[in-house]
Design a protein around this ligand. Structure first.
Ligand SMILES: Cc1cc2nc3c(=O)[nH]c(=O)nc-3n(C[C@H](O)[C@H](O)[C@H](O)COP(=O)(O)OP(=O)(O)OC[C@H]3O[C@@H](n4cnc5c(N)ncnc54)[C@H](O)[C@@H]3O)c2cc1C
Length: 476
């Protein structure tokens, strides 16, 4: 335990983010790291409680609680408080090979389960992780460590998001020869071409991939397995792990869906990142545009922030669900993840820029209006009420609330329905949510492709378990 009275002496503190006014002018990260002494105070707040839930990664009645990759949080908090930073970092990397990503984008399931949060404010765990991760890169503690011995067996990994990278890393460390196939021009999955640069700078993805390359993992990019490359080429590997993500977005079924200007969120965000990587950060391709984002979740929020940086005149965000409560509901007790309303970075920026929260809750798109030549010019919406019928709780449109709003762009950010089917079909196999091995011997699946749309940390956790299954299969 760090400081016995730490949680009584120090309040929770997080880093002061750059104000909206400044950060919407650029595409860089705007969340700094706290100073060493501030971070030590924050680490001192960890009680190293008798039964910590922060690192448990369990599910209670359907809701997740704690870190799914089992980060040794109380241990590194204690070591940080003592000033033993390298030792703390070594504890962190033991469980988490992608700490530079989780320390920036993880919603921090650990903090939702922190004992200090039971009747106060949780320890700022993600910022402590970020401090350690940044320090490790700066001080050169992150170095390539190729395996000392090699096993004469090979593994192909399809997809290079957090699940593909984690599976590749673990199996490479165990001595297998690993090749990662990726259809995009460079590795990283949604870390690279999904999550915006201001939330996750792309040089970090490149630095991580570079370390993995130096450790011996081979990356083959620009290769869509099942389209550019026949699946029969995977037969030369002793095992295959499919980590292709949940690539099928949920679509919108309304009149006008196919008009020019209506797009899915991920291709829109990926294009924005490609512009940033090409140095086209001064362009304002959405100047004069009125953007409507359909979906009030995290991806929708990323679309709001991205549209703002692209110069949009106005951004609206439509969410069909009612808003979450401001405080935990009685049915959502600690240490489960708190389902409470948050106003995320893009929404904060919209409030600053346009003077109002871009979100409207309990609303749906009824039709998109425009023509093939000029694209979208309006969207019609209606408020909904949630009613219970034989199909359960369903939204019912309130006809009297129909309204038209001027619009030029509609971004569909309504989540994902699962993995794309062409690869499993070409390989003549079925994915199985209850098992890492698919219906074809030697072919495994992990991450969002297996579990459905999730989080970076969960994709990592899933890939760790899949890699263990692969090792068992190859060494039996
Ligand atoms: C916009 C957005 C923002 C998000 N923000 C966050 C966040 O802030 N925090 C968080 O924790 N989670 C976030 N998520 C969720 C998180 O990114 C995913 O849960 C995670 O990336 C899933 O990892 P994965 O490796 O399973 O799949 P992915 O990251 O989707 O990677 C799959 C990869 O497989 C490749 N691929 C697919 N099929 C083939 C094929 N046939 N051949 C070759 N390659 C193929 C794809 O090109 C892709 O690169 C976000 C998701 C989105 C869409």
């Amino acid at each position: 335990m760090g400081k016995i009275t730490g949680f009584l002496e120090y309040d929770r503190k997080t880093a002061q983010e750059q104000p909206c006014e400044a950060r919407i002018q650029h595409w860089d990260a705007f969340h700094p790291v706290q100073s060493e002494s501030e971070i030590r105070d924050q680490a001192a707040r960890c009680m190293n409680c008798g039964i910590p839930f922060c690192h448990a990664g369990v599910t209670w009645r359907g809701a997740g609680s704690g870190c799914t990759i089992g980060n040794l949080i109380p241990e590194w908090n204690h070591l940080v408080f003592k000033g033993h930073y390298e030792e703390a970092f070594r504890r962190l990397e033991k469980t988490n090979p992608l700490h530079e990503f989780t320390s920036r984008v993880c919603p921090a399931l650990c903090e939702g389960a922190c004992t200090a949060g039971l009747n106060g404010d949780p320890v700022a765990i993600r910022e402590i992780e970020r401090f350690l991760s940044d320090m490790a890169w700066e001080k050169g503690w992150v170095v390539p460590r190729p395996p000392k011995t090699r096993i004469d067996k090979s593994v192909a990994i399809v997809g290079s998001g957090p699940s593909g990278l984690t599976a590749a890393h673990i199996l490479n460390q165990r001595g297998f020869s690993v090749t990662v196939f990726e259809k995009s021009e460079e590795p990283g999955g949604l870390l690279m071409f999904g999550i915006p640069n201001m939330k996750l700078p792309k040089e970090l993805v490149r630095k991580r991939v570079d370390i993995f390359r130096q450790e011996g993992i081979k990356f083959v990019c620009g290769t869509d397995v099942g389209k550019d490359m026949p699946v029969s080429e995977l037969d030369r590997f002793d095992a295959v792990v499919l980590c292709g993500g949940a690539g099928q977005p949920r679509d919108l079924s309304v009149t006008g869906r196919n008009l020019p200007g209506v797009r899915f969120a991920v291709p829109f965000l990926a294009e924005a990142t490609r512009r940033v990587l090409a140095g086209e950060t001064e362009d304002k391709p959405l100047a004069g545009h009125r953007v409507v984002v359909i979906g009030g979740g995290d991806t929708g929020n990323d679309c709001v922030a991205t549209s703002i940086r692209m110069g949009a005149d106005n951004v609206m965000q439509l969410e069909i669900m009612p808003p979450l409560p401001n405080e935990r509901a009685d049915s959502n007790p600690w240490p489960r993840w708190p389902f409470v309303l948050k106003t995320d970075y893009g929404q904060q920026e919209a409030i600053w820029l346009y003077g109002r929260d871009p979100r409207t809750f309990e609303i749906t798109a009824v039709s998109i209006i425009g023509d093939e030549t000029n694209g979208v010019n309006a969207i019609e919406t209606a408020q909904v009420e949630w009613v219970t019928n034989e199909r359960g709780r369903v939204p019912k449109q309130i006809e009297a609330t129909r309204q038209k709003h001027a619009a030029t762009d509609v971004l569909i950010a309504m989540g994902f329905v699962g993995a794309e089917t062409y690869l499993p079909e070409a390989m003549n196999l079925t994915l199985d949510r209850n098992s890492y091995m698919t219906t074809r011997a030697g072919v495994f699946a992990a991450g969002d492709m297996r579990t459905g749309q999730s989080l970076v940390v969960r994709a990592e956790a899933d890939a760790k378990r899949a890699a263990e299954e692969v090792e068992r299969y190859l060494t039996k």
